[in-house]
Design a protein around this ligand. Structure first.
Ligand code: GLA
Length: 391
C-alpha cells in the first residue's frame, strides 16, 4: 500500500536526491551514499498551493528528473501547472499554459492542465442507458455534458501518495467519486500516476474500479505551446496524427457516428504539416469546431506512438503514445484573450493545443464505438506518455 505524503518522506526524498545528483555527475559518491539503497527516485518537493473556496488545502508537488525537467502538479484537479522542456540549445522553459494561483483555477479555466473524468469529452444530452436504466448527468455544455460535468475530476481535490519508481520521480493521485456524483452510477475509485522518467517522458497511468456498472473515460488536458512563449499562436507547430479517419461532429461537437477518411481533408495529419496550414480552409467541420476540436480514430492498437508535435525554431519535439483508440486534438479555439497569464498578459486565441488521448466522445450513446462501460470486478487501465526531445 502506498503511504500518504508526510514531511518526513519528503525530507528523505530530498536527501536521496542530493546523493543522486552527485552520482549523475559521475563523481565518486560519498561512502555513506554507496550504502544507501533505492536512490533512484528523485526528490518531490511539496509546498502549499492555497485553500479551495470550500476550505480544502491544496498542495503542489514538483517532480524532477536527472536531466532537469520539472513537472508541477497540484492536488486540485491533478492539474499540471508547469512543465519544463529543453530547446535545442538545452534551455528549459515552461511549455504548458496555466495559472500561478488556485483562485484563478477555481474562477475560470478551460481545463488547463487538468485530469478529466469521469468522462472526458461530450455525452449527448448528458444522458445514457445501461442495462435498461437511464442516467441523467448534470449538463454543462448547452444541453450536453462535457468533461465529467459541472464538477468534474478537474475540480476536486485528489489525495497524493508516495509512488516509488526506479528512475525519475512519480506521484500517485487518488479520487473516490461517490455513487450518483454528477449523475453517474457507481462509486468510482480512480488513481492516476504521473511518472516523470529520466528520459524526459511523463507517463500518465490511469486506473479505476467501480461498485456498479458505469462509464469511464479519463484523460489529461494540458495545453502545450512548445515555443515557451505564450503570446505566440501554436499555428507554426508541425503536427502528425497517425489516423486515417476522424469523427465528424454536429454543431454541438457531438460525433455524428460517421468515421470519415481524412484523405483530401484539412484533417489529414498523417504527414507532418503545420497546424495553421489548412485551418483557414472553407470546411464545414472546421466551421463547426471553430478550428480543430475533433477526435481522430487512431490507427493500430495497443500502446503505440500516435502523434507528434514539433516546434521548428526551438527544436522542441513532443511525442505522444497511448493505448487509447482516439485522440482529441483541440487547438485553443476558445481562448479569446480574457484569461490571465501569470506574467500579467492574457491567453490569446490559439496559443495552446491539447492532445487528449481517450475513447471516442459520446461512446455511451454510440454502440458502434469502442465501449466505455466499466463493470464491477473489471479494472479500467490506460496509459499515455508525453515524451520530449529536440531535433
Ligand atoms: C475540449 C473540448 C473543447 C473545449 C475545451 C475546453 O478540448 O473538446 O471543445 O471545450 O476542451 O475549452
Amino acid at each position: 500500500m502506498n503511504k500518504p505524503f508526510s514531511p518526513l518522506i519528503t525530507i528523505a526524498f530530498v536527501a536521496a536526491t542530493s546523493i543522486f545528483m552527485v552520482n549523475c555527475k559521475n563523481e565518486t559518491p560519498p561512502a555513506e551514499a554507496a550504502e544507501t539503497p533505492a536512490l533512484a527516485t528523485i526528490a518531490i518537493a511539496k509546498s502549499p498551493f492555497g485553500t479551495t473556496a470550500d476550505g480544502q488545502a491544496v498542495d503542489k508537488f514538483s517532480l524532477k528528473n536527472k536531466l532537469g525537467m520539472q513537472v508541477d502538479v497540484i492536488t486540485y484537479g491533478g492539474i499540471i501547472t508547469a512543465w519544463t522542456a529543453p530547446d535545442k540549445t538545452g534551455n528549459y522553459a515552461n511549455v504548458v499554459l496555466g495559472y500561478d494561483n488556485l483562485a484563478q483555477y477555481e474562477k475560470a479555466t478551460p481545463y488547463f492542465g487538468a485530469l478529466i473524468g469521469r468522462y472526458g469529452n461530450r455525452i449527448a444530452k448528458g444522458k445514457f442507458t445501461l442495462d435498461g436504466q437511464t442516467f441523467q448527468l448534470e449538463t454543462n455544455d448547452g444541453p450536453n455534458t462535457l468533461h465529467g460535468g459541472v464538477k468534474g475530476f478537474d475540480k476536486v481535490v485528489w489525495t497524493a501518495t508516495e509512488h516509488p519508481v526506479d528512475n525519475g520521480s512519480a506521484l500517485k493521485l487518488t479520487y473516490v467519486s461517490k455513487d450518483g456524483e454528477g449523475g453517474y452510477p457507481g462509486t468510482l475509485t480512480s488513481t492516476v500516476v504521473y511518472h516523470l522518467t529520466d528520459d524526459n517522458a511523463l507517463e500518465v497511468s490511469y486506473e479505476a474500479t467501480t461498485d456498479k456498472k458505469t462509464v469511464a473515460n479519463l484523460t489529461q488536458h494540458s495545453y502545450f505551446n512548445l515555443s515557451g512563449d505564450f503570446t505566440k499562436p501554436i499555428l507554426d507547430h508541425e503536427l502528425t496524427i497517425d489516423a486515417d479517419k476522424y469523427l465528424p461532429v454536429d454543431a454541438m461537437l457531438i460525433p455524428t457516428g460517421e468515421l470519415k477518411a481524412v484523405e483530401n481533408t484539412p484533417f489529414d495529419f498523417r504527414q507532418a504539416k503545420t497546424v495553421g496550414k489548412d485551418i483557414g480552409q472553407k470546411d464545414d467541420q472546421l466551421t463547426k469546431g471553430k478550428g480543430y476540436d475533433h477526435c481522430w480514430v487512431l490507427n493500430g492498437q495497443g500502446f503505440r506512438k500516435v502523434s507528434t508535435a514539433y516546434h521548428p525554431s526551438t527544436g522542441r519535439l513532443l511525442e505522444v503514445s497511448t493505448d487509447e483508440p482516439g485522440i482529441q486534438f483541440y487547438c485553443g479555439n476558445f481562448l479569446d484573450g480574457t484569461l490571465p497569464t501569470p506574467g500579467g498578459g492574457t491567453y490569446a486565441h490559439r496559443t495552446g493545443f491539447c492532445l487528449e488521448t481517450q475513447h471516442y466522445p459520446d461512446s455511451p450513446n454510440q454502440p458502434s464505438f469502442p465501449s466505455t462501460t466499466l463493470a464491477p470486478g473489471e479494472k479500467y487501465a490506460t496509459k499515455t506518455t508525453f515524451k520530449f526531445s529536440t531535433r
